[in-house]
Each structure stands twice: as C-alpha cells, then as structure tokens.
Design a protein around this ligand. Structure first.
Ligand SMILES: [Zn+2]
Length: 150
C-alpha cells in the first residue's frame, strides 16, 4: 500500500519539505534544496524550529530525543538510541534536541523530565516514552505506534 504513495519529509539540515516516493525511501534520497541525505540511519541534532516544521509536515515517523549534556541517563541512552535508529531506518527517522541549548523546547512540549522521547507522525504527536531505555524497547515503542500504517 505504501508503494503507491509518497512521503513528505522535512530536511533536517535546511528544513525544506521534500516529497519522496515511498519506494525510494531506501535509495538514499537527497534534499532538493541543500543536497543533504533525507533518510539516514543516524541521529540528527536539530533545533526547535526544524522540529516544528517536521512535526507539522512529515508523514514518515520521526522520533525525537529531548536530552541535555548534564543528564547522566540521557548520555547513557544515546548509544541505545543510535542503535534503534539504525534498526528502524528507513522506516522512521531519529533526531535529538539539546534542551540546554534550545530552552524553548521544554515549554513548547511540556517537558517535565529528561530523557524524553516523543514520536511524531502525520502532523501530530503520537506518543511519549520517558526515562532511559534500551534499544530494543525504543524500537518496540516505535513499531507499536506505527505498524498500523507501515
Ligand atoms: Zn536540505
């Protein structure tokens, strides 16, 4: 079913919204504006403005890790988050927001504690997962909330 549709994917480098045919997701699609890879098996460091655009426009699931350098559990979870990003690519994208640098994120997303993962898809927040989690749990969380339309 996915084969017939295309995805709207916000470039996490320049925030341009690109249209990518679903069958091209695995073919390393690039941003038409800046040439950055749109779908990569790694975690992108983004700011709140980019997330606002992506959370509104993107049809591909986007999981965001809200973290800070002073947060021990956040640092401990980072490699697990990267592992999950690799496991789920190209069916979901992973990003992180440093809440110490981007202080506006905490208020906008009502963040009371970190690490906090928020899953976005089709213009809305789908689900949240709090606390440090192993890769398998992060992966299962994304799958459980996206498989209906995957
Ligand atoms: Zn771009």
């Amino acid at each position: 079913m996915d084969q017939a549709m295309s995805h709207h994917i916000t470039c996490l480098s320049c925030a341009t919204v690109n249209r990518v045919p679903a069958e091209r997701l695995s073919a390393h699609p690039k941003c038409g504006t800046c040439g950055a890879k749109l779908v990569e098996a790694k975690v992108h460091d983004i700011d709140t403005a980019t997330l606002r655009k992506a959370e509104t426009k993107d049809t591909l699931p986007l999981l965001v890790d809200f973290w800070a350098p002073w947060c021990g559990p956040c640092r401990a979870m980072a490699p697990e988050f990267s592992k999950a990003a690799q496991a789920l690519s190209p069916h979901a994208r992973f990003a992180k927001i440093n809440t110490q640098v981007h202080g506006d994120a905490s208020q906008r997303y009502g963040i009371r504690g970190i690490p906090l993962l928020i899953l976005f898809r089709n213009g809305q927040e789908v689900a949240r997962l709090t606390g440090a989690r192993p890769a398998a749990e992060i992966e299962a969380f994304v799958r459980s909330h996206t498989k209906a339309r995957a």
